[in-house]
Design a binder for this molecule. Structure first.
Ligand code: OGA
Ligand code: MN
Length: 219
């Protein structure tokens, strides 16, 4: 039925989904293609790549979630890139959200993948949002308790923006498929080296705490 239709989201096993769950996923989890232009991608890569290149790819994350990656956090950006990040936050976070000042940069090797996980509720708030540079990929969401039954795939084209919120952030794990598994709706999605630039908002408790200590600049 039409409630399952959206070109960059694919619900597996449609009959297992309640309409309410589909609605929540569709409202809170979005993919915006061509969110950054080729010139903006180039400028972002120009700022992150040289520093990443000094790091070796790591085999596995401490919690085993990511295979073959390197990562950094960055707080200060060129004005040009900061403008793109401001657009990311404006597009993905509700108004007046306090966000982490650090931006997470994740460089996933062509042979790497991200295993199913839920981002820590201690460090990240209600929304996870990011842009995909250099390569497209498939991000798979699985219901935490019904992992083989409730699955929805997000096709993240190169230069797109994704946003995970609501049940998609808290009740579903997310993962990035490796090259071999990288299919969307049965079609192969080429998966090369991918750099993601991820923004997160603050957990509510932390946001309140910081608000008492110091005003957080808002966009
Ligand atoms: C993470 C993660 C997704 C991405 O680092 O927790 O899920 O877009 N990253 O790289
Ligand atoms: Mn994650």
């Amino acid at each position: 039925s039409s409630r399952f239709l959206s070109s960059l989201l694919r619900f597996h096993n449609e009959q297992a989904w309640s309409p309410e769950m589909v609605k929540q996923i569709r409202e809170e989890c979005r993919v915006t293609p061509s969110f950054v232009s080729e010139a903006e991608e180039k400028a972002l890569l120009g700022e992150v790549e040289t520093r990443l290149q000094k790091l070796p790819y790591e085999e596995s994350h401490w919690d085993e979630a990511i295979h073959l990656y390197r990562e950094r956090e960055q707080r200060v950006w060129t004005a040009e890139n900061e403008a793109v990040l401001a657009r990311v936050r404006e597009c993905s976070f509700p108004k007046d959200t306090s966000h982490l000042t650090y931006v997470h940069i994740l460089d996933l090797h062509a042979d790497g993948h991200i295993k199913p996980h839920i981002d820590s509720t201690r460090y990240c708030g209600d929304v996870i949002t990011g842009i995909s540079l250099l390569s497209s990929c498939v991000m798979r969401l699985r219901h935490e308790k019904r992992k083989e039954e409730l699955i929805v795939d997000l096709h993240l084209p190169r230069r797109s923006l994704y946003r995970l919120g609501g049940i998609g952030r808290y009740e579903f794990t997310h993962e990035v498929l490796g090259e071999m598994e990288s299919k969307f709706d049965g079609e192969k999605i080429e998966r090369g080296r991918r750099i993601s630039i991820i923004c997160r908002d603050l957990p509510k408790q932390q946001a309140k705490f910081f608000a008492k200590m110091q005003p957080i600049p808002q966009e």
